[in-house]
Write a new protein. Structure first.
Length: 424
C-alpha cells in the first residue's frame, strides 16, 4: 500500500516498507537452525548428564510460563503496529490477574477469564484516551498505567477478598480449574521415548511431549491467537488499515482510514490480550490472585515482541525462550543452568568462527575470550548459585535483545503524535 505523494509530508514516514538490512531468512533455513540448536542442546545433555534440560516436565513447565509472556507480547504487537507504544502491559496484566480471580472465585473460572480480559481492556482504553486523544507521551502514560493498576489492586484486594475463606489482603480465595487435557497414547509414547535418553530423538520427544501433556484449555486458546493475529493483521483489509496507522497515519487518513478508530481498537485489543495473560497467572498457573504475581512479565513480553521484530512468529519464539529459562527456577535449576553454561560456551565458539568467516577478527577475538571465560566457569564449578538461576531469564532477555538489535525495524510512526486532519 503506497501513499499518494500529495498526502505525504517530508517529515512523515511513507507507507513504503523498507526491509531491514540483510536477507530475509527462509523457512527451510530457519528450521535447519532450530534443528541445529536442538542437536547442540542434545550434545550438552549427553556430556553433562543434565537430562532435565529437555525432559517432558521441563518443556511442559516452559510452555506454561511462556503463555503469559506471549500474550503480553501479543498485546504489545497490536498496539505498536497501530503506532502506540504500550509500556503499560505490566499494569494491564495486573488488572487481568485481579479481575480474573475476583470474578473467578465467585462465578466460575470461565467468567473469570472474560472479566479479566475486560479488566485488561479497561487499562488499554485508559492508555488509548491519554495517548491518542490527548497526545500524552506514550512512555509516561504506560508507566502511569502500571503504577495506577498496582495501587488500585492493592487497595481493592482487602475489600474484595478479606472475609472469604482462603482470602486475605494480598490473596484471593481459590478459583476452580479451567481443566487440562492430555493427548492419550501420544503423550505416553513421547514420554517413554524421552526417557530413553537417545541423542536428538529423545530431545525432540521431550519438546513435543510438553506440548501434549497436561495442557490447559486457556493455553490452547493462547497458542491459537498467534496465527490468528498474523492472519488478521497481514491477510485482511482491517489489518492493512491498522498497520498503515503505525507506518504513516497521515497517508492512511488521506486514503479514508479513520486513524483514531483503528488506534483505539488496537490499544483496547492490546489491553485485553495482556489482561488475558494476567488471567492465566491467577487462574491457570496459580488458582488465586496474589499481589506481585506478574513479576515483570509484562516487560519481558515487550522484550519478546521486540526480539520477534514486531511479528507474531518471532514473538512466539522469544516467549518460548524466556519461558524456558524461567522454568529453570522450578525444575533442577542449579544443575540445569550449570549445564547451559557449556551450551553458552559452545554458542560463543560458533559465533567466533562465524565472525572469522565474515572477516571481523576483533569481534571474533572478543567473542572467543568471553566463550573461554564461560567455559572456565563451567569447568571450574559443579553448580551455580541460586541467585544466578533466578537472574537467568532476565540476563537472557538482555543478551538476546543486544544480539538481535541490529536487524530490528519498528513501525515507522510508532510513538509519534498524530492529530486528525494533520495532513491537510
Amino acid at each position: 500500500m503506497t501513499a499518494p505523494t500529495t498526502a505525504t509530508d517530508v517529515n512523515q514516514p511513507s507507507l513504503e516498507h523498507t526491509p531491514p538490512t540483510g536477507r530475509r531468512m527462509s523457512w527451510p533455513v530457519l528450521l535447519l537452525l532450530i534443528a541445529g540448536a536442538l542437536a547442540l542442546v542434545s550434545v550438552v545433555r549427553l556430556v553433562t548428564g543434565a537430562d532435565g534440560i529437555t525432559n517432558v516436565s521441563q518443556m511442559s513447565t516452559a510452555l506454561q510460563l511462556a503463555v503469559p509472556i506471549g500474550l503480553a507480547g501479543l498485546g504489545g504487537l497490536w498496539a505498536e503496529r497501530a503506532g502506540v507504544i504500550n509500556i503499560g502491559l505490566e499494569g494491564m496484566m495486573i488488572l487481568g490477574t485481579w479481575f480474573g480471580a475476583w470474578a473467578g472465585f465467585q462465578w466460575g473460572p470461565w467468567t473469570g477469564v472474560l472479566v479479566g480480559l475486560i479488566g485488561g481492556a479497561l487499562g488499554g482504553l485508559l492508555h488509548a484516551i491519554v495517548t491518542i486523544t490527548f497526545n500524552v507521551n506514550h512512555i509516561v502514560s504506560g508507566v502511569a498505567i502500571n503504577i495506577l493498576a498496582l495501587g488500585a489492586t492493592r487497595y481493592l484486594a482487602p475489600l474484595a477478598f478479606e472475609g472469604h475463606q482462603g482470602g486475605s489482603a494480598k490473596q484471593s480465595p481459590a478459583v476452580d480449574s479451567l481443566g487440562h487435557f492430555t493427548v492419550p497414547g501420544l503423550s505416553d509414547g513421547l514420554s517413554d521415548l524421552n526417557d530413553k535418553g537417545w541423542f536428538f530423538v529423545s530431545d525432540i520427544a521431550g519438546l513435543l511431549g510438553g506440548l501434549v501433556t497436561d495442557v490447559s484449555w486457556l493455553t490452547l486458546i493462547a497458542v491459537a491467537l498467534i496465527p490468528t493475529t498474523w492472519y488478521i493483521l497481514w491477510r485482511t483489509a482491517f489489518g492493512l488499515r491498522l498497520r498503515s496507522c503505525g507506518e504513516n497515519p497521515i497517508a492512511a487518513e488521506s486514503l479514508g482510514v479513520n486513524v483514531y478508530k483503528y488506534k483505539y481498537l488496537a490499544v483496547i485489543i492490546s489491553g485485553s490480550l495482556a489482561g488475558l495473560g494476567g488471567v492465566f497467572l491467577s487462574i491457570v498457573a496459580n488458582p488465586f490472585y496474589l499481589e506481585g504475581q506478574t513479576s515483570g512479565r509484562g516487560y519481558i513480553g515487550l522484550a519478546a515482541m521486540i526480539f520477534g521484530n514486531w511479528m507474531p512468529g518471532g514473538l512466539a519464539i522469544g516467549a518460548g525462550l524466556f519461558g524456558y529459562t524461567d522454568s529453570l527456577n522450578l525444575r533442577g535449576g542449579s544443575a540445569n543452568v550449570h549445564a547451559l553454561l557449556l551450551l553458552g560456551a559452545l554458542l560463543l565458539l560458533i559465533g567466533a568462527i562465524w565472525l572469522v568467516i565474515r572477516k571481523k577478527y576483533v569481534h571474533a577475538a572478543i567473542t572467543l575470550v568471553i566463550g573461554a571465560l564461560v567455559f572456565a566457569w563451567y569447568a571450574g564449578t559443579n553448580e551455580v548459585p541460586n541467585q544466578v538461576v533466578s537472574a537467568t531469564p532476565y540476563v537472557i532477555t538482555l543478551v538476546v535483545l543486544a544480539l538481535s538489535a541490529q536487524r530490528l525495524r519498528m513501525p515507522r510512526a510508532n510513538g509519534m503524535p498524530y492529530r486528525k486532519g494533520q495532513g491537510k
